[in-house]
Design a protein around this ligand. Sequence first.
Ligand SMILES: Nc1nc2c(ncn2[C@@H]2O[C@H](COP(=O)(O)OP(=O)(O)OP(=O)(O)O)[C@@H](O)[C@H]2O)c(=O)[nH]1
Ligand SMILES: [Mg+2]
Length: 290
Amino acid sequence: MKKVGYVCVYGRANAGKSTIINKCLGFKLLPVSSKPQTTRDNVQAIYNDDDSQIVFVDTPGVFKPHGKLGSILLRDAESAKEGVDVILYVIDGFEAPNFELANKLKDSKIPVVIAFNKIDLIPADIGEERLNRYKTILPKAKALEISAKSGFGIEDLIKTLKSFLKEGEEPYPNGEVSDHPKEFIISEIIREKCMRLLSEEVPHSIYIDMKALKEDEKGMEVYADIIVEKDSEKAIVIGKEGKMISEISRFSEESIGNYFGKRVYVNLMVKTIPDWRNSDRYLKKFGYEE
Ligand SMILES: Nc1nc2c(ncn2[C@@H]2O[C@H](COP(=O)(O)OP(=O)(O)OP(=O)(O)O)[C@@H](O)[C@H]2O)c(=O)[nH]1
Ligand SMILES: [Mg+2]
């Protein structure tokens, strides 16, 4: 029997949680961007090897919440820590230390593993000094220095996580990579392109509403609406002479195509739904239950 279990990946926004999971999986499943609050859902990502199955639960980064959607995301991140086998607490080593979450984890009954990430960006002595301050708060936690970007420490991290798991039935016996359907993975790829290509506040007001997915052996056709909150944002997403929306489509086609190994056509429409992130009706429609 394999060693199996659930690992909640928890930490502040932009710490590198989704990047770490992608690196462990060996392929890119989850959206990553340099803007905080890229992840919006607790998504399970399934790692498999010969002797183990680790279900990573990616979470929205902890951040001062704005509006109703922000509060829902914060609640989701906090609740993901319950019922797992290990909490992987990801720290951005480059950022000035912030001990709020470490203090929250102090009394955790679930084992905590610290991934002190982005060590490629800081001198070793500064990293060590910073990490030691976290270790003082969480003396029982196992701590590893890693760089999700370069892959340094990832193998060790997987080994460490496995040491906390027990033998049992695999939660996902059929080679699934996620608990979310294909449509969700596609919508997240499109949203990631928006996060990366658009500036300022626009990316945060975006929701990708999948309309249709047509597929055969050779190709895929994706039809989706990009929802924004204001007409001014709609104009930015469309861009001058439709330049931005065609960039978003082109990058999405490339990434979705690489992921599924098929030719992909993406058709996007932009729609305004005023203040959807504070609307009970739309939050519910888009899957964010209060
Ligand atoms: N230099 C460096 N950058 C990293 C490393 N890990 C992640 N990053 C970058 O940090 C940024 C945030 O990464 P994400 O994986 O989206 O972070 P996250 O914690 O999932 O963020 P949210 O989903 O917003 O909470 C991206 O620009 C990554 O490329 C690392 O080890 N080194
Ligand atoms: Mg993320």
